[in-house]
Design a protein around this ligand. Structure first.
Ligand SMILES: *Cc1c(COP(=O)(O)O)cnc(C)c1O
Length: 352
């Protein structure tokens, strides 16, 4: 049989399917008791006051900005090395994006770059924890601008023994199919600020309101939430497996020709991605792996500064040339992990 190891794969099982089927059979399929239970369990997992489930990570980002009162004329700082969901959320509220560079080491937003670009108009700073590796929260909180932690890739990661998402004004999450845990599509806003949560809850549902202003239909369904609850229960196990695979790769792939994901004291990555930096012949490495049935990929499709035709983002540009993400997800078997490691090693030896 031909080997085919996709770049990412959700971890789903018959238990998930049974819980979803149960909701379908109940007839209560839209936002209801399953969503409430999922929100409570998620807030508890995070160790935070509350959570509001929404229908995507983008919606979570959007409502976090709305709840912080960000609007026309305000600036929001975002990194360049990330998907356009962040840019979209900023533009939905008619704010101005201030795009800044990242660190080459881990792809996370650079404190120095924020410092150079921050103005008095900055009303929020969106900080993704890229590939599951926590950003430098302590430094980033020091600017005195509300931080929205984008944990779309980092549920379960921790910074100085505290879950990411619990440092800033709000933490936002995505449960898209390829993420750490999935509800198909879905998202969550988590916070310790009751007022912020109340505003997010109000905005995410347009119906049954005393007064009118523009609101949204960003509700999660009970079908999704049933899946989310099952996934959240298995999250510690899934995280453990990801970290086990990362340890295996770290040992097997250590070489002076490529750079592995950084290991930093006080930061515990969720290993959403295992990203190598390959300075020579990255495309040949990717092609070689593909011929072996292993799907590796550049982890960011196109950076934000390129879409916006801006220049001088040296670390983002270098990551766009050198970064390769190899498969890492809980359902990989031992044999597959060994097969991937052996073939990456062979490719590096041959081309780098
Ligand atoms: C996936 C992702 C998003 C967007 O989440 P959706 O659920 O796809 O809307 C936002 N930020 C980061 C860092 C992501 O990885």
């Amino acid at each position: 049989m031909k080997i085919c190891i996709p770049h990412s794969k959700p971890t789903l099982n018959s238990h998930d399917a049974a819980l979803v089927a149960k909701v379908v059979h109940s007839g209560h399929v839209s936002e209801g008791s399953q969503v409430l239970k999922f929100e409570r369990a998620f807030a508890r997992y995070q160790g935070q006051k509350g959570a509001v489930a929404v229908n995507s990570g983008t919606a979570a980002l959007h409502l976090a900005l709305v709840a912080l009162g960000v609007g026309k004329g305000d600036e929001v700082i975002i990194p360049s090395y990330v998907c356009t969901a962040l840019l979209n959320a900023v533009l939905y509220v008619q704010a101005r994006p201030r795009v800044v560079d990242v660190y080459f080491e881990d792809g996370n937003i650079s404190t120095e770059s924020v410092r150079k670009n921050i103005t008095r108009k900055a009303k929020a700073l969106i900080v993704p924890h890229m590939f599951g590796q926590p950003a430098d929260m302590k430094d980033l909180l020091g600017f005195g601008v509300p931080v929205i932690e984008d944990c779309a890739q980092a549920v379960g990661a921790s910074y100085e023994n505290k879950k990411v998402g619990s440092f800033g004004a709000a933490g936002v999450f995505s449960f898209y199919a390829t993420k750490m845990m999935t509800t198909g599509e879905g998202g969550m806003v988590v916070s310790d600020h009751r007022g912020l949560l109340k505003r997010v809850r109000d905005e995410h549902n347009y119906d049954h309101k005393k007064e009118y202003h523009i609101r949204y239909n960003y509700k999660m369904t009970d079908i999704q939430a049933a899946l989310g609850r099952a996934q959240l229960e298995r999250l510690p196990k899934m995280l453990h497996r990801r970290r086990q695979i990362a340890d295996r790769y770290a040992t097997a792939l250590s070489s002076d020709k490529i750079q592995l994901p950084p290991r930093v004291k006080g930061k515990e990555s969720a290993f959403f991605r295992y990203v190598l930096k390959v300075p020579r012949n990255r495309e040949r490495v990717i092609r070689y792996l593909k011929a072996k049935g292993i799907y590796a990929a550049a982890p960011v499709f196109n950076p934000i500064h390129v879409y916006l035709k801006k220049k001088s983002f040296p670390n983002t540009d270098r990551l766009m040339r050198e970064a390769v993400s190899i498969p890492i997800y809980p359902s990989l078997t031992e044999r597959e992990v060994n097969y991937i490691a052996a073939n990456v090693r062979a490719a590096v030896k041959k081309f780098c």
